[in-house]
Design a protein around this ligand. Structure first.
Ligand code: PGA
Length: 250
């Protein structure tokens, strides 16, 4: 039985005021049936950790990690730094990083390994553009992005969380239908089973991301292979985020 996860990705949004509001909202949240994760911008990780202490059960994560462990990489943040600030997870290969920072599958794989060296759980994002979907190439694109990670082998893949985020549904208000999401999630699970065995594939958490809101979360999370969500815009509203967490409770 896979435990659902709801992860908030603030992207480059938020403020100290939001840190405090979110801290108050999440103070008493019940994480026994749903793993709750918040990924704020780097400067807010420390303040958010103080506002939502580790004992609350709420996990914190970074939105990106350097592929290197330390050194002359101005502007980069190392996995060990995230871990030291109280993070347990990090988002890797988000489509905005793939598109705007030229992150290739090779870079994504390096970042996965850097995160694991620091003891962090990478949340690896995959997803097709609208052009690829319209050209009937969804499985080709998602399969290529997934294979880069599966090639690392079962002992690595069993430490990951995957997030399917169709690029055309991110921040657009256009959500994948539950049928569209389930079809790609089932494809990901089957391909994982083919590569690394059914047992690992059944344990592999696969989140859906792309315009998840309180109004559509329950239906999406009800799909057999959808194990929760990676939430962008709607994770900036503390009350709405709590509703989405409730929608993930089995
Ligand atoms: P969205 O973003 O919920 O605002 O569509 C999701 C994401 O990019 O992780």
């Amino acid at each position: 039985m896979r435990k659902p996860m709801v992860a908030g990705n603030w992207k480059m949004n938020g403020s100290l005021a939001l840190v405090n509001d979110m801290g108050r909202a999440l103070a008493g949240v019940d994480c026994s049936a749903v793993d709750v994760l918040v990924c704020p911008p780097f400067p807010y990780i420390g303040p958010l950790r103080r506002a939502v202490p580790d004992e609350s059960g709420v996990a914190l994560g970074g939105q990106d990690v350097s592929r290197y462990d330390s050194g002359a990489y101005t502007g980069e943040v190392a996995g060990a730094m995230l871990a030291e600030m109280g993070c347990r997870h990090v988002i890797v290969g988000h489509s905005e990083r793939r598109a705007m920072h030229a992150e290739t599958d090779e870079v994504v794989v390096d970042k996965v390994q850097a995160a694991l060296r620091a003891g962090l759980t990478p949340i690896v994002c995959v997803g097709e553009t609208l052009e690829a979907r319209d050209a009937g190439e969804t499985e080709q694109v998602v399969g290529r992005q997934l294979d880069a990670v599966l090639d690392l082998g079962g002992f690595v893949v069993e430490k990951l969380v995957l997030a399917y985020e169709p690029v055309w549904a991110i921040g657009t208000g256009r959500t994948a239908s539950p049928e569209q999401a389930q079809a790609v999630h089932a494809f990901i699970r089957q391909r994982t089973a083919d590569a690394l065995g059914d047992e690992l594939a059944q344990r592999f958490p696969i989140l859906y991301g792309g315009s998840v809101k309180p109004g559509n979360a329950r239906e999406l999370f009800g799909c057999a292979d959808v194990d929760g969500g990676l939430i962008g815009g709607a994770s900036l509203d503390p009350d709405g985020f709590l509703e989405i967490i409730s929608a993930a409770r089995p």
